[in-house]
Design a binder for this molecule. Structure first.
Ligand SMILES: [Zn+2]
Length: 332
């Protein structure tokens, strides 16, 4: 069946296929498709352990996927992290043990790993006997950071900057994000949780973006959401997306985003890790006024003219941050 601009296959036909089966349909492969990688930073619970909850999404055209994935893999290779997930918050922690290693910077990666491993084993062994609670917490922390201990603090910082600059150079990529200041969010008034509002906003903005480029290119452009496989959110986001397909979001009908989100293992998929980087940069800017990563990442925000329509800070109207300033500009 040939579709005209603005038309979409029926919901029931879409829902009957898995995302992978959908992508293999010849009719989809002939059409334009954008992949939108989603990840979060901060806790959606109120109050939770962070003041902000960020849901960020980075969209790329499918024809650029290989090139983007290769770019990220090349950077990871430089830092001997080929088979590791880049989880920015853990990469940038202060690894105190490194300061205890004599001339750490002069050692090879292997020697550094060995030294840190000895120190950590000794610390765990001590804690196991003296403080069970701290032992469990420390073991968890060691597990999250183990992949990066061969890199000095400067090297880890440079790794994240290299990745951010790489993403920033992808002129074809678009950043969408909802940054919720939870002190100004009332779930009763909103009738939804912070993560439900965030997903609804991302879906609405991505849908608008796809509609606009469909119009510009006079052909139907589809989009697919790809999410880190998090058991806690996968069921809820799948149900929400089904609802959006039937009734639309608060802001728009959904005609260009196909299927429910595809959930992937972020350890194996470098591109989801770029969404993690964007979410982290946005949260650290809003919570800690850290501008370096934010400045680089924010260049990719979806814009209409010079208005950053793709990224919003949900907070008090008086906020003077750059996201608010650039999101509120009147569109001419
Ligand atoms: Zn703001």
């Amino acid at each position: 069946m040939k579709m005209r601009l603005g038309e979409s296959p029926s919901v029931s036909r879409r829902a009957s296929l898995s995302p992978v089966a959908f992508l293999h349909k010849p009719s989809i492969q002939r059409r334009k498709l954008h992949l939108c990688y989603i990840d979060e930073s901060g806790t959606p619970e109120i109050p939770g352990t962070t003041s902000h909850y960020i849901l960020a999404a980075l969209s790329i055209p499918i024809r650029r996927w290989k090139e983007c994935s290769n770019d990220v893999e090349s950077i990871k290779r430089i830092y001997a992290l080929e088979s590791s997930e880049i989880h920015v918050a853990w990469v940038l922690r202060n690894y105190l043990e490194q300061m205890s290693v004599n001339e750490f910077d002069k050692l090879s990666f292997d020697a550094r790993r060995k030294e840190i491993s000895i120190l950590r084993e000794a610390a765990l062994s001590k804690l196991q006997k003296s403080n069970r609670k701290l032992y469990i917490r420390t073991k968890k922390y060691y597990g999250h950071t183990e992949a990066y201990v061969h890199l000095s603090r400067d090297q880890r910082r440079k790794l994240i900057l290299d990745l951010a600059n790489c993403v920033s150079k992808w002129k074809f990529a678009r950043l969408f994000a909802e940054c919720i200041d939870k002190s100004h969010f009332d779930p009763v008034l909103a009738r939804k949780s912070p993560d439900e509002q965030a997903l609804e906003q991302i879906v609405s903005r991505f849908e608008n973006y796809l509609r606009n480029i469909s119009s510009v290119h006079s052909e139907l452009v589809y989009g697919l959401l790809i999410h880190d496989n998090n058991q806690a959110v996968s069921k809820r986001h799948t149900e929400l997306m089904k609802k959006f397909h039937v009734s639309g979001t608060l802001w728009t009908t959904v005609n260009h985003i196909i299927e429910t989100p595809l959930f992937v293992d972020s350890q194996l998929t470098s591109m989801v890790q770029t969404a993690d980087l964007c979410a982290y940069a946005l949260r650290r800017y809003l919570e800690n006024k850290e501008e370096e990563l934010f400045d680089i990442i924010f260049r990719r925000a979806d814009r209409a003219g010079d208005v950053a329509v793709g990224v919003r800070h949900f907070t008090d109207d008086s906020c003077q941050c750059r996201i608010c300033a650039e999101h509120r500009k009147p569109i001419e």
